[in-house]
Write a protein that binds this ligand. Sequence first.
Ligand code: CMP
Length: 143
Amino acid sequence: MEKTFLMVKPDGVQRNLIGEIVTRFEKKGFSLAGAKLMQISDELAQNHYGEHKERPFFGELVDFITSGPVFAMVWEGENVIATARNMMGKTNPADAASGTIRGDYAVQVGQNIIHGSDSPESAEREIALFFNEEELVSYEKTI
Ligand code: CMP
């Protein structure tokens, strides 16, 4: 089954949005395969956002994602990568539709509440960066 990496950023954690965000993905029908509240190191941030290294906002991006705890998650389900991106809304909250996470809860592109993998390759890379195999659980629903 397809897996994706999702992360509630420091702004989402500090605004008490973890529960709301987890609820949206649970209600959609996806399964949580792993989760942890953690402080990202500078090294992990640079690695995670490596593709943005040349962007003018890279320093800001690393400073923000390391500014407080994040809630890192792996979610599993059919087409979860693309569907989660739709549920998150456009990267810039100004362009994100109402009803999406960023459309409902964010106003700034640098503080846009949630990160989600944008492709199967990114999902595999990001899951491996944040989680060990033994931290992930895959199960059949029996109830
Ligand atoms: P994310 O999906 O975590 O991946 C890269 C992040 O860069 C993106 O969300 C935004 O939060 C951030 N970002 C994109 N454009 C800008 C910008 N112009 N200034 C600051 N941050 C940005």
